[in-house]
Write a protein that binds this ligand. Structure first.
Ligand code: NAG
Ligand code: NAG
Ligand code: NAG
Ligand code: NAG
Ligand code: NAG
Ligand code: NAG
Ligand code: NAG
Ligand code: NAG
Ligand code: NAG
Ligand code: NAG
Length: 571
């Protein structure tokens, strides 16, 4: 029998595993950074033919051909470089970052099969590396691209602005960011291909990063005084946050990644969303599925467990130890294998959680996260455990070991030259599919930073409420008008089937205005997308006269319309 590494380490103990993980990271970090830079034009050593600032997905040109630039991969990659630059970890990256923003500004304007810049073209997922449109068949649009790109560029622009370079931000970067944010605000509620480019429906990852981009956009726009669209973005961000809640599966306690495709919905999509919307100021907030939130931890266990018996490389690994994980259990691309970047994402979510618990000086076990924590201590009960308590030490060191286990698996299946491909074989762990995948290298860098306790700023996740009804986003101003000849002292009223129309109350019926007599009118905020019944009535010296049956009926449009007028005549 072939003993897996984790099994051996399990016998040998924790300290050994951590030593190996640390030494792997020390070796792999510079390789991953160099791997990223090699894949960026025009001077990257593996990206010949790519224009300046263009990120190639991989140098691989056959089986598969990934020599294209994807907005998602490029933006996630440059977010890493921008974070390093603005945090003073690497001050050599400024020119490259400027080339990236210039390249993206060009791509935004390229007409493509998804449309032009003003008709939906920003949702195009990939382009040729010479900045022309890719016109072949593809899963398009993918609406996470503009969200991820604006997030990366805003992070850079905020830094420049706060350093006093306001003109460049306002004149050069803001127009790029504004196009992306307006795209998100306009199209978030339309279906999209997911980040794996396979399912056309709604996608948790896409919704989560769209929400982040608008929140960050509101803060950024206010910072630089470009506030004309902020009110509209606030409304859309509230709606996005409400919609985000709907992916939660309360029966099986995980996040359903896609609403289409006929899969279980257990998917690295959700783990990637959690790490790419991590906000260290938001604590373990459930509403934004922060890495240490009980929903995200419950989801993580369900996702990880779905691979335990799926891959041969996971055989003989105990049920509380790390395993190789892939995109989703039903995956059949290259016959369905684990991916480097998805396994690393699990580690990163756990490292992020450890950062927040350490900062808070406590961790909560809730009924929702109990199954996750019971992997490490079967007797643990729901409760708050303060740092310094035995339970806190037991759980946090077990989570750290668990997290390191995922890096250990990546270490085991990294070839000796440090190259990270897209996938590694489910049967023997050897590298598969595209080699030197830029996103794999970027995923290693972010996981390693999180293990070191490094965080990269807030985007406004703290203290948000997902109010899905009664918020201003859910209403629409409806003006009712009706022509009616009255005698002096007689007034016209309206009442109807919803709160805003006083629930058919006669006593509280709403009096209309005769400012345009004989046209009577009233404007009322009614719930959007709702069918409402109502009637007019008159009152004169205490005598009430109703319209005849049937009731009037109106179906209000969605809240993307702000107001409508309903012209009636008395019947
Ligand atoms: C882990 O470290 C031990 C001790 O240095 C070594 O014997 C073992 O080969 C290492 N394993 C890996 C995968 O690096
Ligand atoms: C850009 O690249 C594509 C794909 O390689 C190629 O077909 C096209 O001719 C190139 N266009 C220019 C202007 O170089
Ligand atoms: C602002 O930043 C841009 C981009 O790095 C740079 O080209 C420009 O010289 C800077 N301007 C000032 C005044 O520092
Ligand atoms: C649009 O939003 C509504 C309300 O949140 C939701 O029910 C619907 O699934 C959304 N559709 C898409 C394609 O996002
Ligand atoms: C957002 O801003 C753009 C450019 O200033 C403008 O054309 C557009 O109408 C605005 N959209 C909304 C919803 O206010
Ligand atoms: C633990 O739960 C309490 C009560 O809900 C909350 O106030 C606190 O922020 C939570 N702490 C963490 C680290 O989640
Ligand atoms: C690294 O090793 C892998 C697998 O052994 C190989 O496919 C790849 O070409 C190598 N990469 C470099 C940059 O040498
Ligand atoms: C969220 O709800 C809490 C409790 O109702 C309230 O104190 C807080 O101000 C709300 N936050 C926002 C951003 O509305
Ligand atoms: C309308 O009816 C609902 C449900 O019966 C009730 O909750 C609400 O308070 C009523 N609103 C008014 C304005 O009477
Ligand atoms: C109601 O009348 C106003 C004023 O004549 C008009 O502008 C509006 O379009 C009408 N609304 C409908 C729904 O017919």
């Amino acid at each position: 029998m072939r003993l897996s590494l984790s099994y051996v380490l399990g016998l040998a103990g924790v300290a050994l595993a951590q030593t190996n993980v640390s030494s792997y990271i020390a070796t792999e970090s510079p390789i991953a950074k160099a791997g990223v830079l090699a894949n960026i034009g025009s001077s990257g050593s593996l990206s010949s033919g790519a224009n300046p600032g263009i990120v190639i997905a991989s140098p691989s040109t056959v089986n598969p051909d990934y020599l294209y630039t994807w907005t998602r991969d490029s933006s996630l990659t440059f977010k890493v470089l921008i974070d390093q630059y603005v945090n003073g970890q690497d001050d050599t990256l400024g020119t490259l970052i400027d080339e990236f923003t210039q390249a993206e500004a060009i791509l935004q304007q390229v007409d493509n099969p998804s449309g032009s810049v003003s008709t939906g073209g920003l949702g195009e997922p990939k382009f040729n590396i010479n900045e022309t449109a890719f016109t072949g068949a593809w899963g398009r649009p993918q609406r996470d691209g503009p969200a991820l790109r604006s997030t990366a560029i805003m992070t850079y622009a905020t830094y420049l602005y706060n350093s006093g370079n306001t003109t460049y931000v306002t004149d050069t970067l803001w127009p790029i960011v504004e196009l992306d944010l307006n795209y998100v605000a306009e199209y978030w509620n339309e279906s999209t291909f997911d980040l794996w480019e396979e399912v056309d429906s709604s996608s948790f990852f896409t919704t989560a990063v769209q929400h982040r981009s608008l929140r960050q956009g509101i803060t950024f726009a206010n910072l630089i005084g470009q506030t004309s669209n902020v009110t509209s973005w606030e409304t859309q961000a509230d709606s996005l946050l409400c919609f985000l809640q709907s992916y939660w599966n309360p029966t099986d306690s995980y996040i359903t990644a896609n609403t289409g495709g006929g899969r279980s919905g257990k998917d690295a999509n959700t783990v990637l969303a959690s790490i790419h919307t991590f906000d260290p100021a938001a604590g373990c907030d459930d509403v934004t599925f922060q890495p240490c939130s009980d929903k995200a931890l419950s989801n993580l266990k369900v996702y990880v467990d779905s691979f335990r018996s799926l891959y041969t490389v996971n055989d003989d690994i105990s049920s509380d130890a790390a395993v190789a994980t892939g995109r989703y259990p039903e995956d059949s691309y290259y016959d369905g294998n684990p991916w480097y970047l998805t396994t690393l994402a699990v580690a990163e979510q756990l490292y992020d959680a450890l950062i927040v618990w350490d900062d808070a000086g406590e961790l909560n076990v809730t009924s929702m996260s109990l199954a996750f924590f019971q992997q490490f201590d079967s007797s643990v009960a729901a409760g708050t455990y303060a740092s310094g308590s035995d339970e806190y030490s037991t759980l946090t060191s077990a989570v750290k070991t668990f997290a390191d286990g995922f890096v250990d698996i990546i270490s085991t299946y990294t070839p000796s030259n440090g190259s990270l491909s897209e996938q590694y074989s489910k049967s023997d762990g050897s590298p598969l599919s595209a080699y030197d995948l830029t996103w794999s290298f970027a995923a290693a860098l972010t996981a390693f930073e999180a293990r070191d306790g490094n965080t990269y700023g807030s985007w406004g996740a703290a203290g948000l409420n997902a109010s899905c009804s009664g918020s201003s986003s859910g209403t629409i101003a409806v003006t009712f008008t009706i022509d009616y000849d009255t005698t002096y002292g007689e007034n016209l009223y309206i009442t109807g089937s919803v709160d805003a129309l006083e629930n058919w109350s006669v006593d509280n019926a709403l009096i209309m205005s005769a400012a345009d007599y004989p046209t009577w009118s009233i404007t009322i905020d009614l719930p959007a997308s709702t069918t409402i019944q109502y009637k007019y009535l008159t009152m004169y010296n205490g005598d009430v006269t109703w319209e005849d049956d049937p009731n009037n009926e109106i179906t209000t449009p969605s809240s993307s319309t702000s107001s409508i007028t309903q012209n009636d005549s008395w019947h």
